[in-house]
Design a protein around this ligand. Structure first.
Ligand SMILES: [Zn+2]
Length: 275
């Protein structure tokens, strides 16, 4: 699933092409992705609208429109946005929604597994209002993280993936952040001491920044808007590396389940403390 670094890359890549452009047509081939308004109403309300900016909040991509409304997308399991030139005749596989721009370019929402979501709304808080803080904002300090985790009884891996606690971290970057801070994914969030919280805070920021610097991770269906893959997965230490050797100690990386999420860790570098 695209996480903060993948959605940030999509935003950065699309901004020069989309800001100031007007949407002149929309083709929906999988109408269930439209959450609000209805898929029947969406074309009439969206066509003619001009994109004023592109923003990211957590894993959501937000397009503020000149009208004051917001077009919002969530890639969910397998979504990507691919931008095709006006002259392109190439068929785009798994294209579920096509936005045509006044330049003739077409923005395809490709989504093999069909879990992606689209909204056109007046108040963006309706969609993103419950999200926790942005981990790359200066306001996200070790103290912020400490307050988020205090008294929590859940495994730290599950807490890191909870969008209402911290926005944008998912399976891959949670595993990487826990490896970076040498914490076992089952460690109880509320049991971390100040030093561990500070290391985890640094780990979160460094793995997310590295993910953005390498244009996101293409472990499955994620592509950049030009159709190329991200490179961040090539630098992963544990995520999606089950059965391979830990780059630090050589121990075989294990895969386990934490609250139904596939989780990778090094059993030597990330020892579970004794209860
Ligand atoms: Zn190790």
């Amino acid at each position: 699933m695209p996480e903060l670094p993948e959605v940030e890359t999509i935003k950065n890549d699309l901004s020069p092409y989309l800001i100031g452009r007007t949407i002149t047509d929309i083709t929906l081939t999988w109408s269930k992705s439209v959450i609000k308004p209805s898929s029947l109403e969406l074309p009439g309300r969206l066509i003619g609208q001009t994109i004023k900016d592109i923003q990211r909040r957590g894993k959501y991509l937000i397009f503020p429109l000149e009208s004051g409304q917001y077009l919002i997308m969530h890639m969910k399991m397998s979504g990507s946005l691919i931008l095709k030139a006006a002259s392109s005749q190439e068929e785009v596989r798994f294209s579920r929604t096509i936005f045509t721009l006044d330049t003739g370019e077409r923005l395809h929402f490709i989504d093999p597994r069909k879990f992606g979501m689209i909204w056109l709304i007046e108040d963006k808080e309706e969609v993103v209002g419950k999200l926790g803080p942005e981990p790359l904002e200066p306001a996200f300090t070790p103290d912020t993280l400490s307050k988020i985790l205090s008294n929590r009884k859940a495994p730290i891996k599950a807490l890191l993936c909870d969008q209402e606690l911290i926005a944008g971290i998912g399976n891959m970057y949670a595993d990487e952040a826990l490896f970076a801070s040498r914490l076992h994914p089952y460690e109880i969030g509320g049991n971390l001491d100040d030093k561990e919280v500070t290391l985890l805070h640094q780990g979160i920021i460094s793995v997310l920044r590295a993910g953005i610097a390498h244009y996101g991770a293409s472990t499955s269906d994620y592509y950049r808007p030009d159709g190329t893959k991200g490179m961040a997965h090539m630098f992963f230490n544990v995520a999606h590396r089950g059965g391979k050797s830990c780059p630090v100690c050589g121990t075989t990386i294990q895969r386990t389940m934490v609250r139904n999420r596939g989780t990778y860790f090094c059993p030597e570098c990330q020892k579970l403390r004794q209860p």
